[in-house]
Design a protein around this ligand. Structure first.
Ligand code: 5GP
Ligand code: ZN
Length: 119
């Protein structure tokens, strides 16, 4: 399957195995790997293999990719043993929300109690 890649994109490079990552799950269109700076006992990033800048662009792609990504997030939570009592899925979208890597990624966080609102 040919996927859109951006040469200077960190997560495209991880998808292409050009830089190493601790991969925990791979599906046809998604890759999940541990965050290098974990904020919870389970902190996994789930990315589409295709490059989309943010969640809005992913949703606009309108080809089922967003559905695949969400399914992969839940599979990661089950595999990590955090589906119960619960986990959080976060898309930081835009610099004001703390997005630093502009290849859309879901943070899957679990393994500790998570407060709300997140701050
Ligand atoms: P953002 O702030 O864009 O929502 O999240 C980017 C995340 O990517 C951060 O949590 C950061 O720790 C993680 N990150 C940055 N560089 C790397 C890397 O090279 N490898 C991995 N596995 N995670 C990274
Ligand atoms: Zn990318």
């Amino acid at each position: 399957v040919r996927v859109r890649r951006v040469t200077d994109c960190l997560f495209c490079k991880i998808v292409a195995r050009q830089i190493p990552a601790d991969i925990v799950l791979e599906t046809g269109r998604a890759l999940a790997f541990r965050d290098v700076n974990p904020q919870a006992p389970t902190h996994v990033l789930v990315v589409p293999k295709a490059h989309h800048e943010n969640a809005a662009a992913l949703a606009a792609a309108d080809d089922g990719l967003a559905d695949d990504l969400l399914t992969a997030c839940h599979a990661v939570a089950v595999q990590e043993g955090v589906a119960e009592p619960g986990y959080r899925v976060v898309f930081n979208t835009g610099t004001g929300a703390g997005q630093t890597v502009f290849h859309v990624h879901a943070h899957v966080l679990g393994g500790r109690s998570l407060t709300w609102p997140p701050g």
